[in-house]
Design a protein around this ligand. Structure first.
Ligand SMILES: *[C@@H]1O[C@H](CO)[C@@H](O)[C@H](O)[C@H]1NC(C)=O
Ligand SMILES: *[C@@H]1O[C@H](CO)[C@@H](O)[C@H](O)[C@H]1NC(C)=O
Ligand SMILES: *[C@@H]1O[C@H](CO)[C@@H](O)[C@H](O)[C@H]1NC(C)=O
Ligand SMILES: *[C@@H]1O[C@H](CO)[C@@H](O)[C@H](O)[C@H]1NC(C)=O
Ligand SMILES: *[C@@H]1O[C@H](CO)[C@@H](O)[C@H](O)[C@H]1NC(C)=O
Ligand SMILES: *[C@@H]1O[C@H](CO)[C@@H](O)[C@H](O)[C@H]1NC(C)=O
Ligand SMILES: *[C@@H]1O[C@H](CO)[C@@H](O)[C@H](O)[C@H]1NC(C)=O
Ligand SMILES: *[C@@H]1O[C@H](CO)[C@@H](O)[C@H](O)[C@H]1NC(C)=O
Ligand SMILES: *[C@@H]1O[C@H](CO)[C@@H](O)[C@H](O)[C@H]1NC(C)=O
Ligand SMILES: *[C@@H]1O[C@H](CO)[C@@H](O)[C@H](O)[C@H]1NC(C)=O
Ligand SMILES: *[C@@H]1O[C@H](CO)[C@@H](O)[C@H](O)[C@H]1NC(C)=O
Ligand SMILES: *[C@@H]1O[C@H](CO)[C@@H](O)[C@H](O)[C@H]1NC(C)=O
Length: 486
């Protein structure tokens, strides 16, 4: 072969190498809880089925992001023993969601057996319990507390304008139309669920909780524990699902009134801050996983234009569904390249890793045609709707009391409620500011500051919303974020 020919072959090889050279620099995963008992009978519990779904999905993400032989392994991530600087997990205070998170994390970083053993000064070897089980702490996402016991979508968002906006759906003509056109369908369910819903409650107003009760019974109840279930045809089940989806989507997103999607706006801000930190920390922080309910999925789907890509995005995602934002590059050097060489890819999987054969699939965000968006473009587009600070959350929500009082009265040192302590003029609690100070001293990079801007001490979301409840849904809208991410 001539020298020229050899060069061409080499060039092709180099090209082929480049094509395979993509590196994943970091990722943010938002994970729905697994199979649970019905909302109509609180307290809800994660079932064994749900635990397995989460564990298997965590295992799937281990095989994608952690395993050394994966082509999507996150660059430089610890492969056997978890490095807590690299991995961050968070969840709202909710038994179903937190237990789901634990199940997932067990799969993400499985036990390492004797590799976890430590030797003491006196020569004794100490094994870690449960065959080298690895502990991964979960920080609090302050809102969405108790969401699985709460059927009213917006109430745990704690966002005034979002609650008003969702309420408006109940006076819209499309709601009224469905309420009357589906009346007989819902009334016909009486023999099946009259122990839980009386005839006034059997209507489209409770589309989600009715669907939820039936869905749970269809998974868990034998015919003898689900009397009259023979009355349910496949077609009726499908109709009830479609109606529940319509109901929930309309509560979670409205194109002419975007604050309704506050759950997705806040999540977008969290994703931005976390991926930004991966970049600015030079890759110290690599993988963020947030556990939650379906509201942030639906809100984000609407905001990010995914519902125009595929109308199925207007449907409530199945238990243990995952969405992920991956920070990717084709740059072949090591470490974090220049941001102009970094892109973001969005992926979604409907249901747990054991449901169905298809795995995470990439979808284009913001009505773009490419699956990988350049970092700067991802930031610009996300910022069209993301909420990235407590001040912005307070003003978008029209909240002026509680944790928002300092941002509205602007006294600079006014106190806010509960343990969040007094606030600075920037709306950040002094406790948080102290943490930031300590971190800066420790030499943590600027990116963390941004993350910290998101932190506030929202303490307590009452479960009172149960009273308003049967209308709605799976709550867990997440106003600003981790109480103490440090
Ligand atoms: C959930 O578990 C609690 C006990 O932990 C139990 O009291 C409750 O009835 C369970 N809920 C359902 C719906 O089974
Ligand atoms: C990847 O490595 C794991 C063990 O770490 C092994 O079980 C699995 O089969 C490997 N997968 C491939 C595709 O080689
Ligand atoms: C070594 O120290 C540990 C912890 O104090 C103790 O449990 C163990 O019995 C000691 N072993 C020996 C051989 O002294
Ligand atoms: C925002 O305002 C609503 C309605 O007044 C209230 O229910 C909610 O608790 C407030 N949220 C916060 C975080 O103060
Ligand atoms: C937005 O909400 C309002 C009131 O809830 C409703 O009238 C309108 O039809 C909704 N828009 C869309 C596009 O659903
Ligand atoms: C519910 O419906 C079943 C079947 O129609 C009936 O036997 C039962 O008495 C009803 N229960 C109540 C509380 O109405
Ligand atoms: C149905 O239940 C609701 C709430 O439990 C109650 O307010 C209403 O009066 C009941 N309606 C009938 C017809 O029993
Ligand atoms: C399903 O079974 C449980 C008891 O195992 C029962 O309490 C519940 O009412 C049943 N669900 C329906 C919809 O009948
Ligand atoms: C991270 O966020 C900060 C504050 O918004 C910004 O100044 C910086 O440019 C961002 N870094 C990247 C890599 O986007
Ligand atoms: C929506 O989902 C259904 C059922 O999973 C599937 O048959 C259909 O092809 C999907 N629609 C699109 C546009 O992908
Ligand atoms: C996920 O599956 C459910 C049915 O189980 C469906 O209603 C929903 O539209 C699906 N979502 C997507 C994005 O395919
Ligand atoms: C990397 O290169 C491949 C092949 O040219 C391309 O399909 C992919 O979009 C690129 N990825 C990024 C992050 O630019």
């Amino acid at each position: 072969m001539s020298v020229f020919g050899t060069l061409i072959v080499l060039a092709f090889l180099a090209l082929a190498h480049l094509t395979n050279a993509e590196r994943v620099l970091g990722a943010y995963v938002f994970q729905r809880h697994g199979d649970r008992t019905a909302k109509s009978w609180p307290p809800t519990n994660l079932t064994n089925l749900g635990y397995n779904q989460e564990y298997m999905t965590g295992t799937f993400f281990h095989d994608r992001y952690i395993s050394s032989n994966s082509s999507f392994q996150i660059d430089g991530i610890s492969t056997e023993k978890v490095n807590l600087k690299q991995v961050t997990a968070s969840a709202p205070q909710d038994d179903v969601i937190e237990n789901s998170g634990e199940g997932f994390l067990q799969g993400l970083y499985p036990p390492i057996g004797s590799a976890a053993a430590e030797t003491l000064r006196n020569g004794s070897t100490i094994d870690s319990p449960m065959n080298g089980y690895q502990l991964i702490p979960m920080s609090d996402v302050q809102s969405g507390s108790g969401s699985e016991d709460n059927s009213w979508l917006q109430s745990t968002s704690s966002c005034n304008k979002a609650e008003l906006s969702s309420d408006n759906y109940y006076s819209s003509s499309s709601y009224e139309d469905l309420l009357s056109s589906t009346k007989s369908l819902y009334q016909s369910l009486s023999p099946l669920i009259n122990g839980t819903f009386n005839s006034t409650e059997l209507s489209y107003e409770n589309a989600y909780t009715i669907w939820d009760l039936i869905h749970v019974a269809l998974i868990h109840n034998s015919t003898s524990t689900f009397p009259s279930s023979d009355l349910l045809t496949d077609q009726t089940v499908q109709e009830l699902l479609v109606l529940a989806n319509e109901h929930e989507y309309n509560l979670a997103y409205n194109s002419s009134d975007t604050i309704r999607a506050v759950a997705g706006m806040t999540l977008a801000g969290e994703v931005l801050a976390a991926l930004n930190e991966t970049i600015t920390s030079g890759g110290k922080s690599k993988l963020n996983i947030q556990f939650g309910a379906y509201a942030p999925f639906l809100s984000y789907f609407g905001l990010a234009g995914l519902t125009s890509v595929n109308a199925n995005f207007t449907g409530v995602p199945d238990y243990a569904s995952s969405m992920a934002w991956e920070l990717v590059t084709n740059d072949t050097s090591t470490g974090i390249p220049s941001t102009s060489d970094i892109s973001v890819r969005f992926l979604f999987h409907n249901g747990s890793a054991i449901d169905g054969s298809e795995q995470l699939q990439a979808y284009p965000l913001f009505g773009q045609s490419t699956l990988e968006l350049p970092w700067a473009q991802f930031v610009d587009k996300s910022n069209e709707f993301s909420i990235t600070s407590q001040e912005q959350w307070c003003s978008s929500c029209g909240n002026t009391t509680g944790i928002c009082s300092s941002t509205s009265d602007n006294t600079g040192s006014g106190s806010s409620s509960g343990s969040s302590g007094s606030s600075t003029g920037s709306g950040m609690s002094l406790g948080v500011a102290g943490v930031i100070g300590a971190m800066v001293t420790l030499g943590v990079l600027v990116g963390l500051f941004v993350l910290s801007m998101l932190i506030f001490g929202l303490r307590f979301v009452p479960k009172s919303a149960l009273a308003r409840a049967k209308r709605g849904s799976d709550a867990s809208i997440t106003p600003i974020v981790k109480e103490n991410a440090a």
